[in-house]
Design a protein. Structure first.
Length: 219
Protein backbone atom coordinates (compact mmCIF):
# COMPACT_ATOMS: atom_id res chain seq x y z
CA UNK A 1 0.00 0.00 0.00
CA UNK A 2 1.42 3.38 -1.04
CA UNK A 3 1.89 5.86 1.79
CA UNK A 4 1.33 9.56 1.19
CA UNK A 5 4.31 11.84 1.80
CA UNK A 6 4.34 13.45 5.22
CA UNK A 7 3.68 17.19 5.32
CA UNK A 8 5.21 19.71 7.67
CA UNK A 9 3.09 21.56 10.21
CA UNK A 10 3.02 24.72 8.07
CA UNK A 11 1.99 22.78 4.99
CA UNK A 12 -0.93 21.35 6.99
CA UNK A 13 -1.67 24.87 8.24
CA UNK A 14 -1.79 26.23 4.67
CA UNK A 15 -3.94 23.28 3.61
CA UNK A 16 -6.57 24.15 6.23
CA UNK A 17 -6.24 27.94 6.33
CA UNK A 18 -9.42 28.49 4.32
CA UNK A 19 -11.43 27.35 7.35
CA UNK A 20 -10.49 30.64 9.00
CA UNK A 21 -12.31 32.59 6.29
CA UNK A 22 -15.28 30.22 6.26
CA UNK A 23 -15.75 30.59 10.01
CA UNK A 24 -15.47 34.39 9.89
CA UNK A 25 -18.20 34.31 7.25
CA UNK A 26 -20.37 32.07 9.42
CA UNK A 27 -19.82 34.36 12.42
CA UNK A 28 -20.77 37.42 10.40
CA UNK A 29 -23.90 35.63 9.29
CA UNK A 30 -24.84 34.44 12.77
CA UNK A 31 -24.36 37.82 14.43
CA UNK A 32 -26.06 40.04 11.85
CA UNK A 33 -28.63 38.12 9.81
CA UNK A 34 -31.42 38.08 12.39
CA UNK A 35 -31.18 41.85 12.82
CA UNK A 36 -31.23 42.39 9.07
CA UNK A 37 -34.21 40.10 8.51
CA UNK A 38 -36.08 41.86 11.31
CA UNK A 39 -35.35 45.22 9.69
CA UNK A 40 -36.64 43.80 6.38
CA UNK A 41 -39.99 43.09 8.04
CA UNK A 42 -39.64 39.59 9.49
CA UNK A 43 -41.73 38.94 12.58
CA UNK A 44 -39.67 38.21 15.68
CA UNK A 45 -41.49 34.96 16.33
CA UNK A 46 -40.81 33.66 12.79
CA UNK A 47 -37.04 34.26 12.66
CA UNK A 48 -36.37 30.67 13.73
CA UNK A 49 -37.89 29.45 10.46
CA UNK A 50 -35.24 31.33 8.49
CA UNK A 51 -32.52 29.68 10.56
CA UNK A 52 -33.77 26.25 9.50
CA UNK A 53 -32.20 27.00 6.12
CA UNK A 54 -28.66 26.47 7.43
CA UNK A 55 -28.94 22.85 8.66
CA UNK A 56 -31.15 21.89 5.73
CA UNK A 57 -28.65 23.37 3.28
CA UNK A 58 -25.78 21.52 4.95
CA UNK A 59 -27.72 18.25 5.04
CA UNK A 60 -28.45 18.41 1.30
CA UNK A 61 -25.48 20.26 -0.20
CA UNK A 62 -22.43 18.80 1.55
CA UNK A 63 -22.97 15.15 0.49
CA UNK A 64 -23.74 16.25 -3.08
CA UNK A 65 -20.66 18.49 -3.30
CA UNK A 66 -18.54 15.74 -1.77
CA UNK A 67 -19.77 13.23 -4.35
CA UNK A 68 -19.23 15.53 -7.31
CA UNK A 69 -15.84 16.78 -6.17
CA UNK A 70 -14.65 13.18 -5.79
CA UNK A 71 -15.36 12.69 -9.49
CA UNK A 72 -14.12 16.07 -10.74
CA UNK A 73 -10.78 16.31 -12.52
CA UNK A 74 -9.61 19.70 -13.82
CA UNK A 75 -6.37 21.63 -14.19
CA UNK A 76 -7.15 23.15 -10.79
CA UNK A 77 -7.66 19.74 -9.21
CA UNK A 78 -10.72 18.13 -7.68
CA UNK A 79 -11.48 20.44 -4.76
CA UNK A 80 -10.27 23.87 -5.85
CA UNK A 81 -13.08 24.63 -8.35
CA UNK A 82 -15.69 24.14 -5.62
CA UNK A 83 -13.69 26.09 -3.05
CA UNK A 84 -13.28 28.96 -5.51
CA UNK A 85 -16.94 28.96 -6.56
CA UNK A 86 -18.14 28.84 -2.94
CA UNK A 87 -15.79 31.66 -1.93
CA UNK A 88 -17.00 33.94 -4.74
CA UNK A 89 -20.71 33.26 -4.10
CA UNK A 90 -20.37 33.70 -0.33
CA UNK A 91 -18.51 37.00 -0.79
CA UNK A 92 -21.26 38.28 -3.08
CA UNK A 93 -23.97 37.10 -0.66
CA UNK A 94 -22.29 38.84 2.30
CA UNK A 95 -22.14 42.06 0.27
CA UNK A 96 -25.72 41.79 -1.00
CA UNK A 97 -27.40 40.90 2.30
CA UNK A 98 -27.39 44.43 3.80
CA UNK A 99 -28.56 45.89 0.48
CA UNK A 100 -31.66 43.73 -0.05
CA UNK A 101 -34.07 46.72 0.28
CA UNK A 102 -32.26 48.36 -2.65
CA UNK A 103 -32.21 45.18 -4.73
CA UNK A 104 -35.92 44.41 -4.29
CA UNK A 105 -37.59 47.41 -2.70
CA UNK A 106 -41.15 46.02 -2.76
CA UNK A 107 -40.17 42.71 -1.09
CA UNK A 108 -36.91 43.08 0.82
CA UNK A 109 -37.70 40.14 3.11
CA UNK A 110 -38.08 37.78 0.14
CA UNK A 111 -34.77 38.99 -1.26
CA UNK A 112 -33.17 38.64 2.15
CA UNK A 113 -34.37 35.04 2.46
CA UNK A 114 -33.01 34.21 -1.02
CA UNK A 115 -29.62 35.78 -0.30
CA UNK A 116 -29.54 34.08 3.10
CA UNK A 117 -30.14 30.72 1.42
CA UNK A 118 -27.38 31.31 -1.15
CA UNK A 119 -25.06 32.38 1.66
CA UNK A 120 -25.63 29.09 3.48
CA UNK A 121 -25.27 27.08 0.29
CA UNK A 122 -21.99 28.78 -0.61
CA UNK A 123 -20.52 28.26 2.86
CA UNK A 124 -21.34 24.56 2.61
CA UNK A 125 -19.95 24.35 -0.94
CA UNK A 126 -16.66 25.75 0.36
CA UNK A 127 -16.49 23.80 3.61
CA UNK A 128 -16.93 20.25 2.29
CA UNK A 129 -13.93 20.32 -0.13
CA UNK A 130 -11.73 21.81 2.62
CA UNK A 131 -12.63 18.88 4.87
CA UNK A 132 -11.89 16.45 2.05
CA UNK A 133 -8.43 17.95 1.51
CA UNK A 134 -7.26 16.42 4.79
CA UNK A 135 -8.24 12.96 3.58
CA UNK A 136 -6.77 13.60 0.12
CA UNK A 137 -3.42 15.05 1.13
CA UNK A 138 -2.51 13.58 4.52
CA UNK A 139 -1.32 10.16 5.46
CA UNK A 140 -3.37 8.29 8.06
CA UNK A 141 -0.77 9.09 10.71
CA UNK A 142 -1.27 12.85 10.17
CA UNK A 143 -5.03 13.08 9.70
CA UNK A 144 -5.67 13.70 13.39
CA UNK A 145 -3.22 16.61 13.29
CA UNK A 146 -4.94 17.95 10.18
CA UNK A 147 -8.39 17.91 11.79
CA UNK A 148 -6.97 19.51 14.95
CA UNK A 149 -5.55 22.37 12.85
CA UNK A 150 -8.91 22.80 11.13
CA UNK A 151 -10.70 22.92 14.48
CA UNK A 152 -8.21 25.47 15.79
CA UNK A 153 -8.71 27.71 12.73
CA UNK A 154 -12.50 27.44 13.07
CA UNK A 155 -12.32 28.63 16.68
CA UNK A 156 -9.77 31.32 15.78
CA UNK A 157 -12.08 32.68 13.07
CA UNK A 158 -14.92 32.88 15.56
CA UNK A 159 -12.76 34.69 18.11
CA UNK A 160 -11.42 37.16 15.54
CA UNK A 161 -14.96 38.09 14.56
CA UNK A 162 -16.13 38.52 18.15
CA UNK A 163 -13.18 40.77 18.93
CA UNK A 164 -13.90 43.06 15.99
CA UNK A 165 -15.17 46.60 16.73
CA UNK A 166 -18.70 45.85 15.53
CA UNK A 167 -18.97 42.79 17.77
CA UNK A 168 -17.88 44.70 20.87
CA UNK A 169 -20.64 47.29 20.53
CA UNK A 170 -22.68 45.62 23.28
CA UNK A 171 -19.72 45.68 25.66
CA UNK A 172 -19.32 49.44 25.13
CA UNK A 173 -23.05 49.83 25.69
CA UNK A 174 -22.82 47.95 28.99
CA UNK A 175 -19.91 50.08 30.19
CA UNK A 176 -21.99 53.17 29.46
CA UNK A 177 -24.89 51.73 31.43
CA UNK A 178 -22.77 50.75 34.40
CA UNK A 179 -21.33 54.24 34.64
CA UNK A 180 -24.86 55.66 34.98
CA UNK A 181 -26.82 52.87 36.64
CA UNK A 182 -25.02 49.91 38.20
CA UNK A 183 -28.25 47.96 38.70
CA UNK A 184 -29.25 48.31 35.05
CA UNK A 185 -25.71 47.38 34.02
CA UNK A 186 -25.79 44.22 36.11
CA UNK A 187 -29.14 43.22 34.66
CA UNK A 188 -27.88 43.85 31.15
CA UNK A 189 -24.71 41.82 31.66
CA UNK A 190 -26.75 38.66 32.27
CA UNK A 191 -27.98 38.72 28.65
CA UNK A 192 -24.77 39.90 26.99
CA UNK A 193 -24.12 36.51 25.40
CA UNK A 194 -27.61 36.41 23.90
CA UNK A 195 -27.16 39.89 22.47
CA UNK A 196 -23.82 38.93 20.97
CA UNK A 197 -25.25 35.90 19.23
CA UNK A 198 -28.28 37.85 17.97
CA UNK A 199 -30.42 34.81 18.66
CA UNK A 200 -34.10 35.67 17.98
CA UNK A 201 -34.89 35.33 21.69
CA UNK A 202 -32.43 38.10 22.50
CA UNK A 203 -34.03 40.90 20.51
CA UNK A 204 -36.48 41.96 23.20
CA UNK A 205 -33.68 41.98 25.76
CA UNK A 206 -31.32 43.92 23.49
CA UNK A 207 -33.99 46.48 22.70
CA UNK A 208 -34.70 46.80 26.42
CA UNK A 209 -31.03 47.53 27.14
CA UNK A 210 -30.79 50.03 24.30
CA UNK A 211 -33.91 51.77 25.58
CA UNK A 212 -32.35 52.05 29.03
CA UNK A 213 -29.19 53.49 27.52
CA UNK A 214 -31.11 56.08 25.54
CA UNK A 215 -33.20 57.08 28.55
CA UNK A 216 -30.07 57.25 30.75
CA UNK A 217 -28.26 59.42 28.24
CA UNK A 218 -31.28 61.68 27.99
CA UNK A 219 -31.33 62.36 31.74
Amino acid sequence: MNRKPKLTFWQIWNLSFGFLGVQIGYSLQNSNTSGMLKSFGADLSSLSYFWLLAPIAGLIVQPIIGMFSDQTWTRLGRRKPYILAGAIISTLALCLMPNCPKLLAFAPLVMGAIVFLFMDLSFNITMQPFRALVTDMLDDSQKTEGFVVQTFLINLGSRLHHRSPAATDHEQMLRSLRCRDSRAGNEAYSILLLCRSRHPASFGACNHIQGKRISSEGV
